[in-house]
Design a protein around this ligand. Structure first.
Ligand code: PXG
Length: 291
């Protein structure tokens, strides 16, 4: 496997960062998870824009242009001869000393591009739907580390994931400080009620997911009304359908929440229609390449 390390393709074994990299010492850096389907990097521009926005908020100056970043991603996919892939971009603050200040990281950021595969959940869950559970850890508040920043410090989500696993569940439903539903650990959440697709406002504490945006576009195309609003667990327990969206998870039905069946506890009609269209468009929307 070839990794792109600061613009150069190197073997996996040689792709190493120092223990003084502030990404390692403090989780100081940003990342993106992207997928390629049949030689199309799905909505690559949107992922790259979000990466640079995350970095901008952290005052982390990515030393290459977006165009160069895209070229390096394609180069990595070609080098590994990958038509379908999961791409992980990691930009860490770079080498510094044992102090928090990024000002000492004078060598600049390390840019790593890994192209591999990821399987988040077993196929059975895509066919029959998954059960999720609300966890005690609330989603980060925007005044602290804004959830829009895909930073290398994902402990908020990791804690939630651990809590779900402790109770025997694969995924956690996260609330915000006010008790409204925001998202899961690495996925956005949607519910369907009376034919309307409903998802929390991103500003409530959810990441504005690229898959979330794609699903909203699909709904518009399928003439399904979409509403962004605040809702509680009571409302989602009594929804007609529910599903999660994310680059890694793609679109996955949810059939039980906190042991309450969502309607008939089967993947719903609208969920299935969206999933079908999602599978079709992933091969069409984004950056094309050849291997
Ligand atoms: N919420 C959070 C907190 C995320 O981290 C999403 C929603 C979905 O966003 P996208 O843009 O992917 O539709 C994410 C994305 C992983 C992994 O390794 C996590 C994400 C993306 C890719 C991989 O678990 N998070």
């Amino acid at each position: 496997m070839k990794i792109c390390f600061n613009g150069k393709l190197v073997n996996k074994e040689e792709a190493k960062v120092s223990v003084f990299d502030h990404g390692y010492l403090y989780g100081d850096g940003v990342f993106e998870g992207i997928r390629a389907y049949s030689c199309v990097v799905f909505r690559l521009k949107e992922h790259i824009d979000r990466l640079y926005e995350s970095a901008h908020s952290l005052m982390l100056n990515i030393p290459i242009t977006k165009k160069q970043m895209i070229a390096d991603i394609i180069k990595t996919l070609k080098a590994n001869k990958l038509k379908d892939s999961y791409i992980r971009l990691v930009i860490s603050r770079g080498d510094g000393d044992l102090g928090l200040s990024p000002a000492k990281c004078t060598k600049g950021p390390n840019i790593v591009i890994i192209a591999d595969s990821i399987t988040l959940y077993p196929k059975e869950l895509y066919d029959n739907g998954m059960s999720i559970i609300t966890v005690p850890t609330v989603r980060n508040v925007s005044e602290a580390v804004n959830p829009q920043i895909k930073s290398l410090n994902y402990l908020n989500n990791i804690l939630a994931k651990i809590e779900a696993a402790n109770s025997g569940y694969e995924e956690a439903l996260m609330l915000n400080r006010e008790g409204y539903i925001v998202e899961c650990t690495g996925d956005n959440i949607f519910m369907v009620k009376n034919g309307i697709l409903i998802t929390p406002f991103a500003s409530m504490g959810a990441l504005k997911g690229v898959t979330r945006d794609a699903v909203m576009d699909i709904a518009a195309k399928l003439k399904i009304k979409v509403v962004e609003k605040a809702f509680t667990r009571h409302e989602i327990y009594n929804a007609d359908e529910c599903f999660l969206t994310g680059t890694a998870a793609e679109v996955i039905p949810v059939v039980k929440i906190d042991n309450r069946a969502i309607a008939e506890a089967k993947p719903g009609k609208i969920t299935k229609a969206i999933l079908k269209e999602f599978k079709r468009i992933t091969k069409l929307q984004g950056e094309k390449y050849t291997i």
